[in-house]
Design a protein around this ligand. Structure first.
Ligand code: SF4
Length: 337
């Protein structure tokens, strides 16, 4: 029996994980965004659980090249995040491999010490969720604290933000602000941001008129990208972030309680009752033979589709098609983006 033959659940996970591992650091957040699909709580992953999953993956899957940290809000677990990045760097060095990191943050908790850390860490892509101007941001990204302004908390520090070496702005587009998406893009560009990822809000119904508006806005942005003198200074990262199923991100996912999944669909409120069916095992079991459940190709997509209300599923697919057309449009005939 070869080495992989002893792995049981771990073998199946390695086959399904591709190049990406997602560690859910916590399920806490200081915002309650209108479109947030997450089930929130007060949990944080234990260092030893996350580290044992990473060790297993890096030792056994030479293809692992990207380690993403998500939440909740990762900066609420900043010390843990730093320890895990240091651990990942160390393991990758020992194995002679290259490993990159990604952290998605709502940006409202960034202070001098966070800026200092990310400034010195170009191997960490920091994804800042910022949807546009003040009015746009405040419609959907509301704070759990009264009178806390999620726009001002970020925008007042924009000079520090734009100096970070590996920053990308995630612009979430909800149907209630879709009509000003192109204006919001220009606003952020004028504010000094140059790297963008567009994310139509999923898990919500998009009606036909909103999808039409989304298409038109994407066309306007594409026109700008092709003709503006600034075009060579702007990066749109959607092409690299492409996912075969828009409802979830694939990869090996370690939840903050140590459960392991083949994608992050389980995090969304609408699918909480599917958690047991989606769960593939525990992080402590990865190296044990015959434990856990291997993912069946296509099964998860079908399961999720069956448990998604029809208007949400068709709306999400339509919004995702508009995004894909946009990416096709801006990448046609160019190596850029
Ligand atoms: S910042 Fe992210 S995790 Fe927090 S409420 Fe908003 S969408 Fe949800």
């Amino acid at each position: 029996m070869g080495r992989m033959g002893h792995m049981g659940n771990g073998e199946a996970l390695l086959r399904s994980s591709g190049s990406t591992c997602i560690v859910v650091l916590n399920n806490k957040c200081n915002l309650h965004c209108r479109y947030c699909p997450l089930i929130k709580g007060q949990k944080e992953i234990r260092f030893d659980l996350a580290a044992s999953g990473l060790r297993f993956l890096l030792n056994n899957n030479p293809g692992t090249s990207l380690l993403k940290f998500s939440g909740g809000e990762p900066l609420l677990s900043f010390s843990l995040l730093k320890r895990l990045v240091a651990y990942g760097r160390r393991r990758a060095r020992v194995l002679g491999r290259s490993l990159e990191f990604e952290v998605t943050t709502n940006g409202t908790l960034m202070e001098r010490r966070h800026f200092g850390y990310f400034q010195k860490s170009p191997d960490i892509k920091l994804r800042l969720s910022l949807d546009g101007d003040r009015e746009t941001q405040l419609i959907n990204r509301r704070s759990v604290r009264d009178r806390h302004d999620s726009f001002e908390a970020i925008y007042s520090k924009r000079r520090q933000w734009v100096r970070l070496p590996n920053l990308c702005v995630n612009m979430v587009i909800h149907p209630n602000v879709v009509h000003k998406m192109a204006r919001n893009f220009l606003f952020l560009l004028r504010s000094g941001f140059t790297v963008f990822n567009f994310l139509p809000a999923f898990f919500i119904p998009w009606n036909a008129a909103s999808v039409r508006r989304l298409r038109q806005q994407f066309k306007d942005v594409a026109f700008f990208l092709k003709h503006s003198p600034l075009k060579n200074k702007i990066t749109i990262q959607n092409r690299d972030a492409w996912e075969p199923d828009p409802l979830f991100n694939s990869g090996l996912v370690i939840d903050c309680n140590g459960d392991v999944f083949a994608n992050n669909a389980f995090l969304a409120r609408g699918y909480s009752r599917l958690r047991e069916e989606l769960r593939m095992g525990r992080v402590e079991e990865l190296a044990l033979p015959g434990r856990g459940r291997p993912p069946r190709p296509g099964h998860i997509s079908r399961l999720i589709a069956r448990h998604t209300p029809a208007p949400v599923l068709s709306g999400t697919r339509a919004a995702n098609r508009a995004l894909n057309e946009f990416v096709g449009d801006i990448t046609r005939g160019t190596d850029r983006y």
